[in-house]
Design a binder for this molecule. Structure first.
Ligand SMILES: Cc1cc2nc3c(=O)[nH]c(=O)nc-3n(C[C@H](O)[C@H](O)[C@H](O)COP(=O)(O)O)c2cc1C
Length: 246
């Protein structure tokens, strides 16, 4: 559980946002899991990519592709939705997006509506997913800014989490499994690197805030340590996929 650290936060009760597959509990939106007939037995897998590099070069894209192929073999009744944050970047959060996204449609001005559009779309994608795979390269000990922009657009108080009367946050995106495909140039899973790993540790924390607590990390380390180490890092990640998916 993440504490508030004494920071004052407003509570945003939301009415009538009308997002698909979302229902209201106590005025807040949570996934209702009620898909249309036909889609009911279909699993939705949301794949979020953020490497600057194309498939064939990027380790995270390569391992993500392996994951999706294995997943589809096991669960052919899966609809895959792709969100590529490198080829289709989301703008950095600004005041328009933040305030527009937190308002109900009734409260929104036309400008709010335009500013909030991307946030609405990404939040809808998130709630509609059963399983989420996030390709997350390590950039400067953390995540790419493109991925951070995605997080800033979905982590909206009153939409994907809320503050309880006693100030504790409560995640509203529940019942989903997340797989983080973490690619890294060096080694951060053991040794001194663990103290400066703000990549999957950060993602776990912020996803936890949203209620996404079932998070598995698949790490492709050693990507900048020469061809042999690079291949060994990817092979280990592929073994982790096998162990997780069977
Ligand atoms: C801008 C940038 C910053 C990076 N910073 C780090 C870093 O802090 N630590 C590290 O181990 N590797 C770092 N790397 C190396 C990448 O994590 C590594 O190449 C990884 O494979 C990138 O993911 P991708 O292959 O999916 O693109 C950095 C690479 C780039 C392009």
């Amino acid at each position: 559980m993440i504490d508030r650290n004494g920071i004052e936060h407003a509570i945003y009760p939301i009415d009538g946002l009308g997002l698909n597959n979302i229902t209201s509990i106590d005025g807040y939106y949570v996934s209702n899991g009620s898909k249309s007939k036909g889609a009911r037995d279909m699993t939705t897998l949301l794949v979020v990519e953020s490497s600057l590099f194309p498939e064939g070069v990027s380790a995270s894209r390569g391992v993500t592709a392996t994951f999706v192929a294995r997943w589809l073999k096991k669960h052919p009744e899966t609809s895959v939705v792709r969100r590529d944050l490198a080829s289709d970047p989301i703008r950095h959060i600004d005041l328009g997006l933040l305030s527009g996204a937190a308002k109900t449609p009734a409260e929104r001005t036309p400008a709010d509506q335009v500013a909030a559009e991307i946030s609405d779309q990404l939040i809808e994608e998130l709630f509609a997913a059963d399983v989420i795979v996030i390709g997350a390269p390590m950039y400067n000990f953390s995540i790419p800014s493109a991925l951070k922009s995605w997080i800033d657009a979905i982590a909206i108080a009153g939409r994907t989490f809320r503050y309880l009367p006693d100030g504790r946050p409560e995640g509203l995106v529940r019942g989903k499994t997340v797989y983080i495909i973490a690619s890294r140039g060096g080694i951060y899973s053991e040794g001194p690197g663990t103290t400066v790993n703000f990549q999957d540790t950060y993602l776990r924390a912020v996803l936890g805030l949203l209620g996404l607590t079932e998070v598995h990390v698949i790490a492709a380390e050693r990507q900048k340590m020469g061809p042999e180490q690079q291949a060994a890092g990817v092979a280990l990640a592929e073994r982790q996929i096998e162990a997780l998916l069977g």
